[in-house]
Design a protein around this ligand. Structure first.
Ligand SMILES: Nc1ncnc2c1ncn2[C@@H]1O[C@H](COP(=O)(O)OP(=O)(O)OP(=O)(O)O)[C@@H](O)[C@H]1O
Length: 617
């Protein structure tokens, strides 16, 4: 991700070309239309100047020689016609530009959304991804680049016309005109670059301020913010972060304003000298009155246009730098799709899942989350993965799902390395429920049907998936059944309990009807009876499928074929429930500790009637 804030001219040009290619892609007619309008407007300015000179000469003839007014009248009529045409072209340009910019905005946002979904999951664990995304979003302002570049082209054409007119009288006048542009150009370009560098440097603080602000206004932290009385703390924190950046921005703008004031003063001095020069030429009889007026007008307009060009150039430069961030984000390498090998055709992943010497490091972490993990799972086998918090169970599941690229080692499905399988093909055959599953603030149909999005209209399949987890019980009570909106975020949405959301999430996994099923502790919020029922249903549903079950409830381990015990990223034991108890190692220790919670007390019954609980060994 780009951190270098300086740019070579070739980079500037290539970014500008990319932006114009993008505009050409979204609307060739819009681009050509606006170029045509700007050309016409530039010629209109020069024609206007020419007509002024004719008019002043004609009027002075009327005054000095008493000629009829008809010649001047014709020129005035032409001027009026020209002004009406110019206003029309300007309006047309406004319409074309609005549509062109909207199409470009859509195209950029669409590509950003597609790009984000193509990026490997591992990017989402990297702060620099979020910095880059933040800047790419801000750089959607790079659309201002379009305005700025068109304005510059139009102004340059106009100024070129003025320049020819002025140089026709005296080259020194034309040279004087250039002196106007130089200081303002240099100051504004530097300002543009400084603004960009500032934005790069400020991104982490800006993101943190945004995060703290979201904690204050969002739903996720609303309960805890109130319970722990955190609002004053977070407001104070947000204020500090906000002003940390704002003070630097105000400082830079102040310096910019002061410099521009200096440049303007210099320009006024040069302007005065040039006006004096014109008056001198007039006294020497080298200018007619019309020429004098036209030159003064040309000079004033050219000066204004040059000032506008230099600030537009600065804006363009700054926005090219922003646009570079946007293109850098859009060009981040996506998930590789090698298509060198495909999974066996048909519904089943045949054969063994083979994990060999797996090593995985999270970005920026020195300790591997998985080290030297090797095991084999036969097709249709049910495996439980157990271990302490942070042992590496979820990481292992994500690697098996092909969501994280391994640092070392290989995972093979039916003998094929998953690194060489098209990720989309692989994921069609796998289903999973994660600990942090998503609560889509959409309908029940979508929440379950997203398991296989092309089957959203399949009511029988939806009913079956909902029945498997017991979700049908509360779905039947909802006013619009499967079309009821869930969650409190939108009008008419119905919030569910966490346990009910979990049932929906597991139904989504059922709905996929995949060959390999991964459940990563999805039942944590269910009541014990429901949890037991969900596991029993799950194991029944998973009959014949390869199943990986991550759970802290060791009771469930008796119902699986084999248990993998993880500790500190390593696979330390594996075997059946009985084998591991006999081994007397880590599993036996964990099982004993958990059993104590379920043992009967002298005065009462067992604390849980949970059929898969540990005390029923
Ligand atoms: N996104 C991440 N970035 C960096 N480190 C991570 C990330 N996710 C997990 N880890 C680290 O990797 C290690 C393994 O985490 P993992 O989530 O796989 O453990 P787990 O066995 O599933 O734990 P739990 O039972 O608490 O869910 C932990 O040390 C954790 O701190």
């Amino acid at each position: 991700m780009q951190k270098d804030s300086h740019m070579r001219t070739t980079d500037l040009l290539s970014t500008l070309i990319k932006m114009y290619r993008l505009l050409w892609t979204v609307s060739p007619f819009g681009l050509l239309g606006t170029i045509a309008c700007r050309l016409l407007l530039a010629f209109q300015s020069i024609a206007h100047l020419y007509l002024i000179s004719l008019l002043v000469n004609s009027v002075s003839q009327v005054i000095t020689t008493g000629q009829p007014l008809s010649e001047a009248g014709r020129i005035i009529l032409l001027q009026v016609g020209l002004s009406i045409a110019a206003a029309g072209i300007q309006s047309l340009d406004g319409i074309i530009m609005t549509s062109l910019k909207m199409k470009a905005k859509f195209h950029i946002e669409d590509r950003m959304a597609q790009q984000s979904s193509r990026l490997p999951l591992v990017y989402f664990d990297r702060p620099d991804y979020y910095d880059s995304f933040h800047r790419a979003t801000a750089s959607q302002n790079s659309l201002l680049l379009i305005d700025a570049s068109f304005s510059i082209a139009q102004s340059l054409l106009t100024v070129a016309g003025y320049f020819v007119v002025i140089a026709g009288f005296h080259w020194m006048l034309a040279a004087g005109l250039l002196i106007f542009a130089a200081p303002s150009f240099i100051v504004n370009m530097q300002l543009g670059q400084k603004r960009f560098i500032q934005m790069i440097m400020q991104t982490p603080v800006a993101r943190k301020a945004q995060y703290v602000f979201t904690l204050l206004v969002g739903r996720e932290a609303a309960k805890e913010v109130r319970l722990f009385g955190l609002s004053a703390y977070f407001i104070e924190r947000w204020r500090g972060l906000f002003w940390q950046n704002a003070k630097q921005q105000v400082g830079l703008e102040r310096r910019g304003i002061a410099l521009n004031w200096g440049v303007d003063s210099l320009n006024s001095l040069v302007g005065g000298a040039l006006m004096l020069g014109l008056a001198w030429l007039g006294t020497k009889g080298r200018l007619t009155l019309g020429q004098y007026v036209a030159l003064t007008e040309a000079f004033t307009s050219a000066k204004n246009q040059l000032m506008a060009i230099s600030s537009s150039l600065a804006l363009m430069y700054q926005n090219i730098l922003f646009a570079r961030e946007l293109f850098a984000f859009l060009e981040l390498p996506g998930e590789e799709c090698p298509l060198q090998a495909s999974l066996p055709s048909g519904d089943r992943i045949e054969g063994i899942i083979d994990a060999e010497d797996l090593v995985f490091n999270y970005p920026g972490q020195s300790n591997p989350a998985l080290s030297s993990v090797s095991f084999r799972i036969r097709a249709g086998e049910k495996i439980a993965v157990v271990g302490d918090n942070g042992a590496g169970k979820s990481t292992l599941a994500k690697c098996l799902l092909g969501l994280y690229p391994l640092s070392q080692g290989a995972i093979r499905f039916g003998g094929i390395d998953i690194g060489s399988i098209d990720p989309n093909e692989l994921r069609k055959k796998i289903t999973a429920v994660f600990q942090d599953f998503v609560r889509y603030q959409l309908t029940v149909r979508e929440n379950i049907g997203f398991g296989s999005v092309d089957r959203l209209a399949d009511d029988d399949r939806l009913e079956e998936a909902a029945a498997k987890t017991g979700a049908s019980e509360f779905i039947e009570g909802l006013a619009d059944g499967f079309d009821s909106l869930l969650g409190p975020m939108f009008d008419g949405g119905r919030e569910l309990s966490l346990g009910q959301w979990q049932k929906i999430a597991i139904s989504r996994a059922y709905f996929r009807r995949a060959e390999v099923v991964v459940l990563d502790e999805p039942t944590a919020s269910m009541d014990p009876i429901t949890e037991a029922a969900v596991y029993e249903n799950f194991l029944h549903m998973a009959e014949g499928k390869t199943t990986l079950l991550i759970s802290h409830r060791l009771g469930v381990c008796k119902a699986v074929d084999r248990i993998l015990v993880m500790k500190k990223g390593r696979l330390i034991e594996q075997g059946t429930h009985e084998e591991l108890l006999k081994l007397g190692g880590e599993y036996a220790r964990m099982y004993q500790i958990q059993s104590k919670w379920y043992e009967s007390t002298e005065n009462g019954p067992a604390k849980s009637g949970y059929s898969l609980s540990a005390n029923h060994a």
